[in-house]
Write a protein that binds this ligand. Structure first.
Ligand code: NAP
Length: 335
């Protein structure tokens, strides 16, 4: 391992950053892509709060352009393709699908040309979801989201189509480069600075009171550090080649996340709940909310049993993840 090189795309991002940290700590040489090298100093300073960044270099590559991908990938042993836009806030298919799918194709094609041993693609449980009107229950990696299904969001489409395109490229190359995919549920945990992922808003809005009340929504939660750990395990395990792995720990309703926070931070965390009907009405005028409406009151769970069995993945307790997330927001004066 000592002389191996890993490219992590999207080092400015939440999961990308937390993937780079353990790789550097374990002695890998790490490259990361950003859209603009002007971000290097800021991103490097953020990562340097956790580990030495001497073996980290920055490369320019945009998911929407061919330039830079070969230069970033040439000579690498592994590629973790993490970069992709998130879909909160009314983003459309046109906003999300091209960077996700064309970007995945660019990153994976460059990895194949460079002859890397393994690509780990960050997909999502958005790509392992049964139809919205199917009965509640627990889903695993055998399920593929139908991108043309009723009520399937632009983000779900982007993650599903990107992953499918990546598997197709690996299959048609037929070479020695293998791939594994990691499918996180709602990612929380410590933020490294103010540029955190949209998923963190679940805790940030509760902490800052930036929420009129708590909607009847629930998710499997997973710690960003455990998501990174799964990427590293999927990169190395021979048995991971050709496999999809869900990264999801326990299910929590938002009211339960609020209870965990209230136990530590007191009554600044609201108890008020939003009736489904009110949220549905507000969503008629608020694009941000339209995406959450199908999930109201629905307990759709995702299982990581496969990752636990094959990769020996062992996530930390969800309450710790929630509290570490809140503490980091306070430390960075974001809550
Ligand atoms: P994030 O913090 O918003 O990071 C997204 C990363 O993608 C950033 O580095 C961003 O770069 C990069 N990116 C976006 N558009 C790009 C483009 N056109 N060209 C190059 N880079 C681009 O979000 P995250 O939570 O870490 O998400 C990382 C991955 O995890 C994504 O694939 C996402 O779908 C997946 N995921 C996240 C969650 C979650 O709950 N957070 C759950 C499941 C899956 P800039 O800094 O330049 O914008």
């Amino acid at each position: 391992m000592a002389n191996e090189t890993v490219l992590v795309t999207g080092g400015s991002g939440y999961i990308g950053g937390w993937c780079i940290i353990p790789l550097l700590q374990q002695g890998y040489t790490v490259r990361t892509t950003v859209r603009n090298l002007s971000r290097e100093a800021e991103v490097r300073a953020r990562l340097a709060t956790q580990t030495s960044t001497d073996k980290l270099t920055f490369h320019t590559a945009d998911l929407m352009a061919d330039a830079g991908w070969d230069a970033a990938t040439e000579g690498c042993d592994y590629v973790l393709h993490v970069a992709s836009p998130l879909g909160v806030g009314g983003a459309t298919v046109a906003d999300l699908v091209p960077p996700a799918r064309e970007g995945a194709k660019r990153a994976v094609a460059a990895a194949i040309r460079a002859g890397v041993k393994r690509v780990v693609l960050t997909s999502s449980v958005a790509a392992t979801s049964p139809p919205n009107d199917s009965p509640q229950g627990t889903t695993d990696e055998t399920v593929w989201t139908n991108p043309a299904g009723k009520g399937v969001s632009a983000y779900q489409q982007s993650k599903t189509l990107a992953e499918k395109a990546a598997w197709d490229l690996i299959a048609s190359a037929g070479g020695t480069t293998t791939m594994a995919t990691v499918h996180p549920a709602l990612v929380l945990g410590p933020v490294l600075g103010p540029d955190y992922s949209e998923s963190v808003q679940v805790v940030e809005r509760l902490m800052r009171g930036r929420i009129p009340g708590i909607p009847r929504l629930g998710f499997n939660v997973v710690d960003v550090r455990d998501v990174a750990d799964m990427h590293l395990k999927a990169m190395l395990a021979p048995e991971a080649a050709g496999e999809r792995f869900i990264a999801a720990h326990d299910f929590r309703w938002m009211t339960q996340i609020a209870d965990t926070l209230r136990a530590k931070y007191g009554d600044r965390i609201t108890r008020r709940q939003i009736p489904d009907l009110v949220l549905r009405l507000v969503a008629l005028f608020d694009k941000d909310l339209q995406e959450v409406v199908p999930g109201l009151g629905r307990r759709r769970e995702f299982s990581s049993a496969k990752a636990e069995r094959i990769l020996g993945w062992a996530p930390r307790p969800v309450d710790q993840t929630v509290l570490d997330c809140a503490e980091s927001l306070i430390a960075h004066k974001l809550a």
